[in-house]
Design a protein around this ligand. Structure first.
Ligand SMILES: Nc1ncnc2c1ncn2[C@@H]1O[C@H](COP(=O)(O)OP(=O)(O)OP(=O)(O)O)[C@@H](O)[C@H]1O
Ligand SMILES: O=P(O)(O)OC[C@H]1O[C@H](OP(=O)(O)OP(=O)(O)O)[C@H](O)[C@@H]1O
Ligand SMILES: [Mg+2]
Length: 281
């Protein structure tokens, strides 16, 4: 059985469960269920704190897991990223009172609060800055106001939390993160892992692409194919109307309206766009 770790709560929980469901794996009936055995897919799902997932996978106790790239690096665990999953995007950034500091070098001799000490210490060392790292569990934005720190390093998504307490980011982003699939560094092939990777890749493609169908005069087909090249090439079938063909191709969801405009310009008609429910490419 493939033993897979899934975030049990927090920012990555819902999206991770949805992605696994779309990939055909069993979900949990309620949020108190800690282990789900999915016999049909020869897989056991362990619902764990996102912060602990890289630790279990790095130790080899579990075969693979879904966690944040920032949490993986912070853990220092011997686990490695297999593939990005396209959700849970954030940046990890320094922040301080508006206008107080302008770059990482300004942190020399100051105190920086964070819930990601591994990540921050590595960044400070790489930047050659000697600052004191104050390790907190969460809600680090309040540490400056309470006088525990001069700056913070934290996850920023929309920036709302920082704005609400009058803080501002400074310096370059320390890292860009998103949810990732991880496995133990250098682990041998695990039964079922290739299938999981292919299925997750299928979900990502199904989300990234739409299916486009349209009719066009046969003499414009080369221009149409240039706009909608598809994967291996579009399907072109005869239409029950002299001189016309029907075309079917996968098109990137982002920008598909522009493609429809351009197809219309070269005479395509009956242009239809549908979601892809599932795919393997
Ligand atoms: N708006 C967000 N807030 C927090 N984390 C986010 C956000 N968007 C994406 N993430 C990602 O989610 C992961 C953190 O998840 P989570 O917040 O569940 O962990 P935690 O802070 O350790 O747990 P908790 O907040 O429940 O104590 C990180 O990889 C982070 O980059
Ligand atoms: O830029 P924003 O969209 O405002 O999101 C970022 C905020 O969300 C997270 O907090 P979380 O809710 O996980 O609480 P925590 O700090 O206790 O972990 C993170 O630590 C920031 O505080
Ligand atoms: Mg959090």
């Amino acid at each position: 059985m493939l033993r897979l770790a899934v975030p049990n709560k927090g920012a990555l929980n819902e999206a991770a469960q949805l992605m696994l469901k779309e990939a055909g794996y069993r979900g949990r009936r309620d949020s108190k269920e800690l282990v789900v055995v999915d016999q049909d897919n020869a897989c056991e799902l362990f619902f764990l704190r996102p912060r602990d997932i890289a630790v279990y996978v790095g130790e080899g106790t579990l075969d693979a897991g879904i966690t944040g790239r920032d949490l993986l690096i912070d853990s220092g665990s011997p686990a490695e990223e297999i593939m990005p999953l396209g959700f849970g995007g954030s940046t990890f950034r320094l922040a301080s009172k508006s206008g107080a500091l302008s770059g990482v070098k300004d942190l020399a001799g100051l105190r920086v609060a964070t819930a990601f000490p591994g990540l921050l210490e590595r960044y400070l060392a790489d930047s050659g800055v000697d600052a004191r790292v104050i390790k907190l569990d969460g809600a680090v934005e309040t540490a400056i106001r309470l006088g525990v720190a001069d700056a913070i390093a934290d996850v920023v998504e929309t920036g709302t939390t920082l704005r609400n307490v009058g803080l501002e980011v400074f310096g370059e982003p320390i890292m860009r993160s998103e949810a990732v699939l991880v496995k133990q560094h250098g682990s041998p092939e695990t039964p079922g892992l290739d299938q999981l990777i292919r299925r997750l890749q299928g979900v990502i493609h199904a989300r990234d692409f739409v299916m486009m169908d349209y009719d066009i005069r046969a003499e414009r087909i080369e221009e149409a194919i240039a706009l909608t090249p598809g994967m291996e090439g579009p399907t072109v079938s005869p239409l029950h109307r002299e001189g016309w063909v029907a075309v079917r191709a996968m098109v990137r969801r982002k920008g598909h309206q522009q493609v429809m405009d351009q197809l219309w310009e070269i005479g395509a008609r009956a242009i239809l766009v549908t979601d892809i429910y599932a795919c393997r490419i």
